[in-house]
Design a protein around this ligand. Structure first.
Ligand code: UGA
Length: 437
């Protein structure tokens, strides 16, 4: 390695986090060796075809830095080339709600002692995992470096972090310094701490954001009772800089692979120590109920939903991703079908995943065909293209122009002028103060 060359980095697991991490470190000038057990995925990445995930800016980033990126199925290729090994394998929830660490375990089993390697844990693991690994493998340096990327803006978030959390215990300080050096060009506050605290920062951050959303969703439900508008309320609250304006958008609840998982994991983790984390139990319950309340809104207008045709606009758990893990759409589709409704859906990107996950839902290739003859529509994901829809024409297509805007994304006055009965979440209903204004 000459003086200007940056040290090689290993990335283990090229799922969503791993691929973004690999691409961004390559962009910073590091040779990156990325390994995955999935041969087909590795072949596809080598061949330069379509990426396995939809993430804005990622295909370009990978292409631009192809010269510094190696994809392999052989962990030895990585171990030979790199000392810092970023572990990015997934840790899905088990039936008990605890995190499944089997993939992390197989990574650890593959690493030699005494090779000068440091394992940098990016995968979300329960607090205490790092300490347990260090106890078993004292010869392996260990750093906790949780990731705070948001799907849909992961590349931007990685390259412009608010903060970089680096947890290292005695004996792994040099590895902690090496990770700090790698992140240094990106800026953002570096938080140097111990491993258990770093693990907790990750879980507590996601649980806090989930709490913020469940809180505003409960406020929205009260707003509906008193005729207030939750968007006005959130706007007014957010101006207090102790509260802040972000993550106060009321809607049909949070989804995605991480929020629910991390919130449940933190609750379980506390429970395992004998502590009953009551607040998080409520946060999770509120989120479950929030998705189901939409069905109640439809019933208020339509009576029984049996035989009714309902259109879902958007299926992904949020815009700019095709990820449907823990998406509100899954619960909604099942509940509507449980009520006897016929469900049609449209999503600009998640179409393929939707066909696998919702085999009984008719997936349309345009909003127009999803809305054709529908008795009601629910806006589930705030894709920008829905703001541009011709709502007058959409109202004419539907058997009954009723729209529940699950993200408070559309302008109620515009929808009402187009002939819709419009219901938001925590917004005054038709005939309420706002409608008369
Ligand atoms: C979340 C965190 O924001 C990231 O910091 C973290 O790294 C990531 O989980 C993770 O642990 O991997 P992400 O799952 O991509 O990121 O999604 P968010 O943008 O946080 O949104 C989560 C859900 O909350 C979405 O369903 C969104 O629609 C919903 N949401 C968000 C609201 O209902 N209201 C809001 O005001 C904000």
């Amino acid at each position: 390695m000459n003086a200007n060359e940056k040290p090689a980095i290993g990335v283990i697991g090229v799922g969503w986090v791993g691929l973004v991490t690999a691409g961004c470190f390559a962009q910073l000038g590091h040779p990156v060796f990325a390994v995955d057990v999935d041969e087909r995925k590795v072949d596809a990445l080598r061949a330069g075809g379509e990426l396995p995930i939809h993430e804005p800016g990622l295909p370009e980033l990978i292409e631009r830095n192809r010269g510094r990126l190696r994809f392999t199925t052989e962990i030895d290729d990585v171990l030979d080339a790199a000392r810092l090994l970023f572990c990015c394998v997934d840790t899905p929830p088990t039936y008990s709600g605890d995190a499944d660490l089997s993939r992390v375990e197989s990574v650890i089993a593959a690493l030699p002692d005494g090779g000068g390697h440091a394992l940098v844990m990016k995968s979300t693991v329960p607090a205490g995992t790092g300490t347990a690994i260090r106890r078993r493998r004292p010869g392996l340096a260990y750093v906790s470096c949780p990731e705070f990327l948001k799907e849909g803006s992961a590349v931007e978030d990685f390259l412009h972090p608010d903060r970089v959390v680096i947890g290292a215990d005695p004996g792994s300080e040099a590895a902690g310094d090496a990770v700090a050096d790698v992140y240094e060009p990106l800026g953002g506050t570096q938080v140097r701490t111990d491993v258990a605290s770093a693990e907790m920062i990750k879980l507590a951050s996601n649980a806090f954001l989930a709490t913020k959303i469940s809180f505003i969703n409960e406020i929205a439900n009260v707003c509906e009772e008193v005729g207030a508008d939750v968007s006005e309320v959130a706007g007014g609250m957010g101006l207090d800089d102790r509260i802040g304006p972000k993550f106060l958008r009321a809607g049909i609840g949070w989804g995605g692979s991480c929020f629910g998982k991390d919130t449940i994991a933190l609750k379980k983790l506390a429970g395992n120590t004998g502590y009953h984390f009551q607040l998080l139990s409520a946060v999770i319950d509120v989120n479950e109920l929030q998705k189901r309340r939409v069905v109640g809104k439809l019933k208020q207008h339509l009576g029984s939903l049996a035989g009714r045709r309902i259109a879902l606009l958007g299926l992904a758990f949020k815009p700019d991703t095709d990820d449907m893990r823990d998406a509100a759409s899954l619960v909604l589709a099942a509940r509507l079908q449980g009520e006897g409704a016929e469900v049609r859906a449209y999503d600009p990107i998640a179409e393929q995943r939707a066909r696998e996950l919702l085999p009984d839902v008719e997936i349309s290739d345009s909003p127009a065909s999803a809305l054709e003859g529908a008795d009601a529509a629910i806006l589930v994901t705030e894709w920008p293209e829905f703001a541009e829809l011709d709502w007058e024409e959409s109202a004419r297509r539907m058997a009954n122009p009723l729209l529940v805007d699950g993200r408070n994304f559309l302008d109620p006055a515009r929808l009402r002028a187009a002939g819709f009965t419009y219901e938001g979440i925590g917004r005054p209903a038709d005939g309420g103060a706002a409608a008369e204004a």
